[in-house]
Design a protein around this ligand. Structure first.
Ligand code: SAH
Length: 210
């Protein structure tokens, strides 16, 4: 049994508490998830630094503060059903899973999806399901969702994703090309009702979109 590195996570959470407005509920979700189990072995030493790390296929795991900010913007309840676009290594999905009922996550790269699925199962995240596919189409079989977020940047949030979120639900996404903004959209009965801007961000692109 390896050291679970809880004290490093405590220090990380202290930093996030200073650096973000994330709620204690979100911070405690970050504290629960062993980020070192999601990154490649050669990166494990850096797992509790607040920065993105490479995870293969030219993709990156987001910095912990970004995961916390995005989870916070979704304002999740324990009964919520969430759609994630861009599973990557599965870390963000695991933090989200601590805050809601189910996470349905779509990943473009078959290898990343398979590894994330195995890792999440090993760690006991039974409420996260992963499928390989083009996230621009969402995952209609499990719609409607209470919330959706993208971990890759879209020129504009694809319509099918807006359609798969229930009225009153929320979407959070990095939007833009080289210059990206983190946006939060509230869905109404007839499409997007409200859009707020949460600052400049830098994410890998939504594949197929650029
Ligand atoms: N949430 C991830 C971050 C992964 S980076 C984590 O915690 O590790 C963004 C991910 O989006 C990458 O894995 C990339 O392969 C995926 N992605 C990019 N375009 C996509 C698309 N069109 N459909 C589904 N996934 C996509």
């Amino acid at each position: 049994m390896t050291d679970d590195r809880a004290s490093e996570r405590d220090r990380l959470v202290d930093r996030l508490r200073r650096r973000t407005d994330a709620s204690e509920r979100v911070l405690s979700a970050v504290r629960s998830v062993p980020r070192h189990a999601f990154v490649p072995d050669e990166r494990a030493a850096d797992a509790y630094a607040d920065r993105p790390l490479p995870i293969g296929e030219g993709q990156t795991i987001s910095a912990p503060h970004m995961v916390a900010v995005m989870c916070d913007l979704l304002e999740l309840s324990p009964s919520d059903r969430v759609l994630e676009i861009g599973t990557g290594c599965g870390y963000h999905a695991a933090v989200t899973a601590e805050l809601c009922e189910t996470v349905s996550s779509v990943e473009y790269h078959e290898r990343l999806a398979r590894q994330a699925r195995e890792r999440l199962a090993t760690l006991g995240y039974e409420t996260v399901r992963v499928r390989v596919g083009d996230g621009r189409e969402g995952w209609p079989e499990h719609a409607p969702y209470d919330a959706c977020y993208l971990t890759c940047a879209a020129r504009e949030v694809p319509d099918p994703l807006v359609e798969q979120v229930r009225p009153g639900g929320v979407l959070v996404a990095p939007v833009g090309d080289r210059v990206q903004r983190l946006v939060r959209l509230t869905v109404g009965s007839d499409g997007i009702r409200e859009r707020t801007d949460h600052g400049g961000v830098r994410f890998v692109p939504l594949l197929g979109d650029h």
